[in-house]
Design a binder for this molecule. Sequence first.
Ligand SMILES: Nc1ncnc2c1ncn2[C@@H]1O[C@H](COP(=O)(O)OP(=O)(O)OP(=O)(O)O)[C@@H](O)[C@H]1O
Length: 351
Amino acid sequence: MTSLREAAEADRRSLLVRLGRQDIADTIIGAGSGLKEVLRGVDQVARSDAPVLILGETGSGKEVIARAIHARSARHAGPFLRVNCGAIPSELADSELFGHERGSFTGASSQRQGWFERADGGTLFLDEIGELSPAVQVRLLRVLQDGTFERVGGQRSLRVAVRLVAATHRDLHAMVREGRFREDLWYRINVFPLRLPALRERPDDIPPMAIHFALRAAERLGLTPQLPSPVEMDRLIEYPWPGNVRELAAVIERAAILGEGRCLEIERALGVGSIVHPVPRAAGIEADPDQIAPLDQVMKAHIERTLAQTFGRIEGPFGAARRLAIHPDTLRARMRKLRIDWRRYRGVPGP
Ligand SMILES: Nc1ncnc2c1ncn2[C@@H]1O[C@H](COP(=O)(O)OP(=O)(O)OP(=O)(O)O)[C@@H](O)[C@H]1O
């Protein structure tokens, strides 16, 4: 008897094979399109032990890439450990990363190995590295330079062979300029930067990802697998995905739950939990309907609103020019005249 689960798996396999991807468990979708360049970089750097810095928005797949570097490196049989630097209280960061000796501070009732020791022979993935305090940055620089450190409260120098992969969604270079991140450490970890494009910058990846997540959701939920219709697929491609791949996976799973195995309720799922983008209010436009605003002001507000929706993208099928039905050069000229800076709309708006 073929169970629903088996049917879903068979479907998934045949679809993935049709998409040219046979490796189900560790599928990196976009390997042939949006992530081609990044994966070329992964292959190049995996052969060495050089530190890697992965830059990309939240949910864009930084951990997926860090794991791929480890899996393709000579250390693949060693440990891969992920530490979210943003989640460690600053007073504990030293002992979390480098360990401590018994009695070295209140609460240190026994000796403890830190992440560096535990990752010996493997890869340590420091996520959100920009969140580390200046004191920890100094210690990190030393490990990277000569591979040695002491546990908190310890005298003995320990030596480890750890490959460091760091990631951040912040502009580390700007943090260096503002004095919030050490310049010497930045040079040390920035040997091989890999920039992960946001999902909206690689719309070709959206359909195979949507299919992948739809089949995965059906399998997890024990539902008949359903795929997005062509109209729904267009909707998914149009949507700007501020939460990137993680948000896409969540929307598809929500759509599967709402559709109860009969369909995918994409439109409802997009409406329920998605982030509402703050659209900048045009300065000077009054609420009073009788007051006529100058045309330039109205045009400026309209262009700004469109840029907020396209995250500053001007050209291409998802750009502001196409939405406004004008040529990109014309749009750029108007933006210059109206003093609109598209960079304001790049990335996810607002903190
Ligand atoms: N190219 C991809 N193919 C398949 N799944 C992906 C891909 N990229 C990301 N994902 C999935 O999307 C989710 C988010 O990815 P990941 O955790 O790697 O993002 P991140 O950039 O590290 O996020 P954060 O900034 O929050 O740490 C994960 O479930 C991951 O498996």
